[in-house]
Write a protein that binds this ligand. Structure first.
Ligand SMILES: [Zn+2]
Length: 669
């Protein structure tokens, strides 16, 4: 078994502590500190050298040590204790959010495009708002390098976790001058956003090289959205370029905060195919960072950590140390239960790779500017996850090797280079699924793919239409004219294509004078000639943006329509199962086995503010089929080793699942 480099069980110990809090670190006890961590099966911990208040937790020569430490080297004591206890100490520091340096050097603050200094209004008291210094400022850069060197020389941490490297449309004097010097226009907001991305990458590169020059073994991470989903056509501004300066990728994703439950798997579905190791960072909080006096629901913590394993990620649970410096044993009892379980599962995690035959293109480069997934990707994720189909997100420059079906979702348009590769992909037997006006050049109104014969006839004049899908390909779909809530396009069948389902138009478009009933106008009785679904030679086209539609409206029939199209294109998918849609399935492989992860947890919008989890779901008497090119020699639940009834039938390992709940791992030998 090849061991991964980055540990599976990590803690991120937030310690943003106001200079006005007294007796900081007064109850720190090195033995108790490490005993608590060891009891909780912690292997690695991010410890605070400096925080967003700009306070240093060691006697620094350059900044302000926290006054209530009275000179005590808390960070040094934590690092030493962890090292002695065999726990990997990683130094945390932060870049842009820094109250102390901002007060001392207001001229270093970011200036956002709308003129806000430091990305924080003068009388702002809201949560998660800090004065923001421009990481591009050369004077501040010098301070940061001195600090990093100071930390390294004194403490020799195993790595650096460097927080908050994100531009906020910065037009500070430094950024503005840099833009003008490189021929960019600082009055153009899009160019400012692009410059943010370029400057972030330049920062990461500079600091990465600086740290690696000090010690080539250092693990280096910048919290700068290195997993951002962009199409990679603008290499200079793409996360593809940025990722070169990271030794691993940590996906910060606290589900009860702005990220939501779909953020992590979307990012993981993009980056898990690369060799770079990934980690998932959640938190022990009920809400998010700094939520003192709260404990994450046990099942929510379990689900988030086990889901990370299912997507090939290590786990880093965020905590915040109380100012007194003592870890809360109740928190570590809860984390420890989950970490003990991860430790037992590790032999089936190390060195595994994801298996997928479906690739879905990233449709919206606007997510370049955000840590929130754009909605098309979220729709793709939801549909494919609920259909239990393993997949990867692809940018336009990713390899197409190994995929059998590529999805061009909703409004995705390949550039000329990719279009040529897709035509070759189809010539070689690969299949395409296009939805909405994907593949249509918006300027010319024509498909950019030579293999597609259909003619694009523009956007539908009707905002809401209906689909009549009654053919054999749609067995199981209730035989009504199903509504299509999102505006689609009008297509004309091309040579050799089959119209698999037709559009039924409404009587008229709803307007202020002419309307019918409460909502959309009802369908006419007769179907049109317009294709709703076309089957061509090596592809299928759905003339509505059904991934967006499913995300926005969650109509099961839409998911079923996509399922039918996928089945038409890929009649023998990797996984076939009667598990319910709520069950999440991922497939990974080691050198000699396949590992299936099944997650059964009930995710609910429990309150007006947040989504969370409180319970497991149980599925009884289900069957899982995994396509294999050889008869399996064994099938068992791991790590327990309970054998499962299995047979080899029609090229599939067929495994009976009498009862699954929580996180189930199945090893197929
Ligand atoms: Zn700037």
């Amino acid at each position: 078994m090849k061991k991964d480099h980055i540990p599976y069980r990590q803690i991120h110990l937030d310690f943003h502590t106001s200079p006005e809090i007294p007796a900081v670190g007064a109850r720190f006890d090195a033995d108790e500190f490490t005993a608590t961590l060891k009891r909780a099966h912690v292997e690695s911990i991010n410890l605070f050298a400096k925080c967003h208040h700009g306070m240093y937790y060691y006697p620094t020569a350059i900044g302000t040590q926290h006054p209530a430490l009275n000179g005590f080297d808390l960070f040094g004591a934590q690092v030493e204790a962890c090292r002695e206890a065999g726990i990997r100490p990683v130094a945390y520091t932060c870049v842009s959010w820094n109250e102390d340096w901002a007060k001392r050097h207001p001229e270093w603050l970011m200036v956002t495009y709308d003129g806000t200094l430091g990305n924080k209004l003068p009388f702002e008291t809201g949560y998660y708002k800090w004065n923001t210094i421009c990481f591009n400022n050369p004077e501040y850069r010098k301070v940061l390098k001195t600090e990093l060197e100071e930390i390294w020389r004194r403490y020799h941490p195993a790595g650096f976790w460097i927080d908050i490297v994100t531009g906020h449309e910065c037009v500070c004097p430094v950024c503005k001058a840099e833009m003008l010097a490189s021929g960019m226009d600082p009055t153009d907001r899009n160019q400012v956003i692009r410059h943010d991305r370029i400057a972030e990458t330049a920062f990461c590169r500079d600091i990465y090289e600086f740290l690696k020059d000090m010690n080539s073994e250092l693990d280096v991470y910048f919290n700068s959205h290195p997993y951002a989903l962009d199409d990679a056509t603008d290499a200079e501004a793409s996360s593809v370029t940025k990722r070169q300066y990271f030794t691993f990728l940590d996906i910060e994703s606290l589900p009860s905060d702005k990220w939501g439950y779909s953020h992590f798997p979307i990012a993981a579905a993009y980056v898990q195919k690369y060799p770079q190791e990934i980690a998932m960072m959640n938190g022990k909080f009920h809400m998010s960072w700094g939520d003192f006096g709260s404990l994450r629901n046990e099942k929510a913590l379990e689900y988030e950590c086990f889901r990370a394993l299912a997507w090939g990620a290590k786990v880093c649970v965020g905590d915040q140390l109380h100012p007194c410096g003592r870890l809360d044993p109740v928190v570590y009892d809860r984390i420890g239960k989950v970490f003990a379980s991860i430790e037992a599962k590790e032999p089936w995690l190390h060195g595994t790779r994801p298996v997928a035959e479906i690739g879905a293109f990233i449709a919206s480069s606007r997510s370049l500017n955000s840590d929130r997934p754009a909605c098309i990707e979220e729709g793709v994720y939801r549909v494919l996850q609920e259909l239990h189909q393993p997949f990867h997100f692809l940018n336009m420059r990713d390899s197409l090797e190994g995929y059998r079906l590529l999805i061009l979702p909703d409004h995705f348009v390949p550039d000329a280079e990719l279009a040529a590769r897709l035509d070759r992909f189809v010539e070689g037997g690969g299949k395409l699924l296009l939805t909405g006006d994907a593949g249509v050049d918006p300027e010319r109104g024509e498909y950019v793919l030579r293999c597609v014969r259909a003619k694009y006839r523009g956007e539908s004049p009707f905002s809401v239409r209906y689909i009549r899908a009654t053919g054999d390909a749609f067995r199981g779909l209730p035989k009504i004219d199903h509504v299509l809530y999102e505006r689609g396009c009008v297509l004309e069948r091309g040579e050799g294509e089959t119209v698999a389902a037709r559009i039924v138009d409404p009587y008229f478009e709803r307007g202020y004078e002419r309307f019918c009933s409460h909502r959309q106008t009802p369908p006419t009785l007769e179907e049109t000639e317009q294709p709703a679904i076309l089957f061509g030679d090596g592809y299928a086209i759905l003339s509505s943006p059904l991934f967006t539609d499913y995300l926005m409206n969650g109509y099961q029939a839409h998911r079923e329509l996509i399922r039918c199209c996928i089945e038409h294109l890929l009649p023998r998918p990797l996984i076939v199962t009667d598990l319910p849609a709520i069950s999440e399935v991922t497939l990974r492989r080691s050198e000699d086995a396949h590992i299936v992860h099944i997650l059964n947890y009930v995710l609910i919008k429990k309150s007006k503010r947040i989504e969370t989890i409180e319970d497991e779901h149980t599925a009884l008497d289900r069957t899982l089929r995994v396509r294999l090119d050889h008869a399996p020699s064994s099938a068992c639940a791991v790590p327990g080793g309970e054998p499962l009834a299995f047979r080899y039938e029609d090229g599939y390992a067929v495994i009976e699942l009498p009862k699954v709940s929580g996180h189930t791992m199945i090893e197929i030998g």
